[in-house]
Design a protein around this ligand. Structure first.
Ligand SMILES: [Fe+2]
Ligand SMILES: [Fe+2]
Length: 254
């Protein structure tokens, strides 16, 4: 495998970031490249894209995936809001609350994408289910209310960063499948909604990358390099399991 192919995810991420602000983030870029070449994410592999596209041809599987995306986006929105409220730094706190609002909007958008792609699914019960995924802000505080320590914050931002990269890559795999299933009249709208989500994901990668870059510059480089690789390794295991689980559990639609 060539280095570019192995590092496909870091190349794509770094190019997307540079596309919005042209800024170099040398520590972050090196850490991400290191992690992606020593523990390559499954979604950087050809077999993953092929499996995803093969499964995605099945309308029932794909409808289930869109519904679970609507659910996951809403769920993350709620958790991010609670976390953002605990952060003492006003800039970072506001950034995370904004992130939470974006994810809540994504939950709504995925809900609209489901019925635009599969109009035959439209029903009061599905609308009710999709609406229940979207949190109402402000979200009530969870059991933890203390401000996170710097170490906890750094771990969280690394995890957020890797999850957002995953969202960006999977979103790019999902878009052509959604267009293939959507009726002609709805394709343009579906494409606009999914492209809007992808644009937001790049901004989510950016604020977390900026935090990671600043932490490295402040002397936490060695920790960041090993944590980023460790977390990517864990995320890889989770991702492979999800792809397999999705086959059995998403057969309830259509
Ligand atoms: Fe999202
Ligand atoms: Fe996101």
């Amino acid at each position: 495998m060539s280095d570019i192919a192995k590092d496909f995810i870091s190349h794509l991420t770094i190019a997307a970031l540079k596309g919005i602000d042209g800024k170099a983030r040398p520590f972050y870029e090196q850490a991400l490249q290191g992690a992606c070449s020593s523990v390559p994410p499954p979604y950087s592999m050809q077999w993953f894209g092929e499996t995803f596209r093969r499964k995605g041809r099945d309308a029932s599987w794909f409808a289930g995936l869109l519904v679970s995306d609507a659910h996951m986006e809403g769920y993350s929105a709620g958790r991010l809001w609670q976390y953002g409220e605990r952060i003492a730094d006003p800039g970072l706190s506001e950034g995370m609350l904004r992130h939470a609002r974006d994810e809540a909007k994504h939950s709504q958008l995925f809900g609209r994408v489901v019925v635009d792609v599969f109009p035959q699914l439209k029903s009061a019960a599905l609308s009710e289910q999709l609406a229940s995924f979207v949190p109402q802000f402000p979200v009530a505080a969870g059991t933890l209310t203390d401000a996170p320590t710097f170490e906890e914050l750094l771990n969280s931002l690394i995890l957020i960063n890797l999850y957002e990269i995953k969202a960006l890559v999977l979103g790019q795999l999902l878009l052509p499948l959604a267009l293939a299933h959507a009726p002609e009249a709805n394709k343009r709208r579906v494409s606009k909604m999914l492209e809007g989500i992808l644009r937001d994901e790049v901004y989510h990668v950016r604020y977390s990358a900026d935090f990671i870059e600043a932490a490295c510059a402040a002397g936490h480089q060695a920790y960041v390099f090993s944590a980023l690789e460790e977390f990517q390794k864990t995320l890889n295991v989770v991702t492979e399991a999800e792809l397999n689980d999705a086959v059995e559990s998403n057969e309830i639609y259509l």
